[in-house]
Design a protein around this ligand. Structure first.
Ligand code: S3P
Length: 177
């Protein structure tokens, strides 16, 4: 997988490894890497935590939708790591269905271990393990809806995840056959 002309986009819950895998994938493919949360922070001059605290979650979501639309409209194919809540917006989901979108799926125990205390993730200020499990379960149908490829990442190294994505058969976006 890594079709020309579309972006390779990573979706999944907090702690799924989107940013780490995305960076390694971009090295492997020689494509630019963009992390949507980092772009958002650079554009607003605020961390994600500050955006939630100062602007509020609805404003953060509106900015997230705008940034995703901008990133996916770029012609040069990139590897894009998204924030875990990016699939909440219907227009973003429609745009993601036109990309090579990979759902990095992980068991609740894996997510809980990786997010740890939830530092830097405002939605995980309280009960990080329970919250990440609940959000992952609630959003699973949305990740599935946009995914060209679903990859179970539990127990896999970053290099193994990258290899499996690169080896996956290409399924052209929009090809219903
Ligand atoms: C969020 C995930 C975060 C970040 C924000 C909200 C979510 O990104 O966008 O804290 O709603 O799941 P990561 O998935 O990269 O942690």
């Amino acid at each position: 997988m890594a079709e020309q002309g579309t972006h390779l986009v990573l979706v999944g819950a907090m702690g799924a490894g989107k940013s780490t895998v995305g960076s390694a994938l971009s090295d492997a493919l020689g494509r630019p890497f963009v992390d949507a949360d980092e772009v958002l922070s650079a554009e607003t001059g605020q961390s994600v935590a500050d955006m939630f605290a100062i602007l509020g979650e609805p404003a953060f979501r509106a900015l997230e939708v705008a940034v995703m639309a901008d990133l996916l409209a770029v012609d040069e194919p990139a590897v894009v790591a998204t924030g875990g809540g990016v699939v909440l917006d219907a227009d973003t989901r429609a745009a993601l269905r036109r990309q090579d979108t990979v759902w990095l799926r992980a068991e609740p125990a894996t997510l809980a271990r990786r997010v740890g205390s939830g530092a830097g993730r405002p939605l995980l200020d309280r009960d990080p393990a329970g919250t990440v499990e609940r959000l992952a379960a609630e959003r699973a149908p949305l990740y599935e809806d946009v995914a060209t490829l679903i990859l179970d990442v539990d127990g896999l190294s970053v290099a193994q995840v990258v290899r499996r994505i690169l080896d996956a058969p290409v399924d052209p976006p929009g090809d219903a056959s």
